[in-house]
Design a protein around this ligand. Structure first.
Ligand code: ADP
Length: 333
């Protein structure tokens, strides 16, 4: 009987547990055992193993976070760490490893694949959606829902008090959450790294001033990707307050975007990818990510997922830009 192992690594994402469930159930259906290692790659090296049985999978898909726990473990970049992991995997008689994680975790998976004879399969699990070769990643749409709900709440108080807010969303160095949350939250402004790697204060301030003078009783929200403005949105709000003469409020949404129950879309995606990962193992695949493109499951060489940039959807960029302008036009008109 073949044994497969699973880890969740790097930033946790809602839906990882649903993916683990699909992997365990599918593996058992095909007569394979599953072992989890807690805390990602560190857990393999330190042999923090945990057998996973279908009975343990009841009531896990609904939960955010990861039942296998995660960690950042930079030591895994060393060849000695990959070799140590290979030894532990061999000692357990494991033939294949599924890594659920983001681009860092996939670099780790690629690294391990070069030092271990077993099969290594990646499943994209990150709220940032910043992996090439897949339209979406586990946790992304739940994170966008969470950001949207937070923006809606801020909108209500901002509208009541005619306030300006700069709201920081996650995304690491990518603007997928920013773009989607800006559209869904009907933001007046959006700053994401792909479109404006170095946004100009004068331009943002000018837009706020024009909107304020045209419609002083209205709220104004700018969605800003994390790691974009030096000092974050608190600093940006201070600078904008000075530049516009209007108090600008900062709202960094932070880790609430990581947690929470996965939405239906993320649960379905997670289970689809988890099941496909086991099927790929049975078919003998290794060094591949299981992703989804236009509704179809795809297998992509894992190194291509982090070596290539994934562009924002231009149609959505144009949608937001057009609506931002129309919004402003309707205020001045
Ligand atoms: P994410 O997977 O969410 O992008 P990280 O970037 O923190 O998260 O990566 C998760 C883990 O993957 C790291 O803590 C490390 O153990 C491993 N990892 C990251 N980059 C590499 C690399 N270049 N080589 C080997 N392992 C890596």
């Amino acid at each position: 009987m073949k044994k497969i192992a699973v880890i969740t690594s790097g930033g946790d994402a809602p839906g990882m547990n649903a993916c683990i469930r699909a992997i365990v159930l599918t593996a058992y259906q095909h007569g394979m055992e599953v072992i989890g290692f807690r805390h990602g790659f560190r857990g393999i090296v330190e042999d923090l193993n945990q057998p996973l049985h279908p009975n343990d999978m009841r009531l896990v898909s609904q939960r955010g976070g990861t039942i296998l726990l995660s960690s950042r473990y930079p030591e895994f970049k060393q060849v000695s760490a990959a070799k140590a992991a290979a030894q532990v995997l061999d000692a357990h008689g494991i033939g294949a490893l599924v890594v659920i994680g983001g681009d860092g975790s996939f670099r780790g998976a690629h690294h391990l694949n070069q030092h271990w004879y077993g099969q290594v399969i990646g499943v994209p699990g990150t709220i940032d959606n910043d992996l090439a070769g897949t339209d979406t990643t586990i946790g992304f749409t739940t994170a966008v829902d969470t950001a949207m709900e937070a923006i809606d709440r801020i909108r209500e108080t901002a509208e009541a008090m005619a306030r300006v807010f700069v709201i920081e969303v996650m995304g690491r160095h990518a603007g997928f959450i920013g773009l989607h949350a800006a559209i869904a939250g009907s933001a007046e402004g959006m700053l994401v790294p792909e479109l404006e790697p170095q946004p100009k204060l004068a331009e943002i301030a000018d837009n706020i001033k024009r909107a304020r003078s045209a419609f002083p009783d209205s709220s104004y929200i700018v969605v800003v990707s994390e790691n974009l403005w030096p000092g974050g949105v608190s600093q940006l709000a201070k600078e904008l307050t000075q530049a516009t003469g209007t108090t600008c409020h900062a709202a960094p949404l932070g880790h609430i975007q990581r947690g929470g129950r996965p939405n239906a879309q993320d649960r379905i995606l997670s289970m689809q990818l988890g099941q496909a990962a086991v099927h790929a193992i049975i078919d003998g695949a290794s060094g591949h990510m299981i992703g989804v493109e236009q509704g179809h499951v795809v297998e992509v060489p894992i190194h291509l997922t982090f070596e290539r940039d994934k562009p924002l959807d231009l149609r959505l960029v144009n949608l937001q830009r057009g609506l931002q302008q129309l919004n402003f036009a309707s205020k001045v008109g």
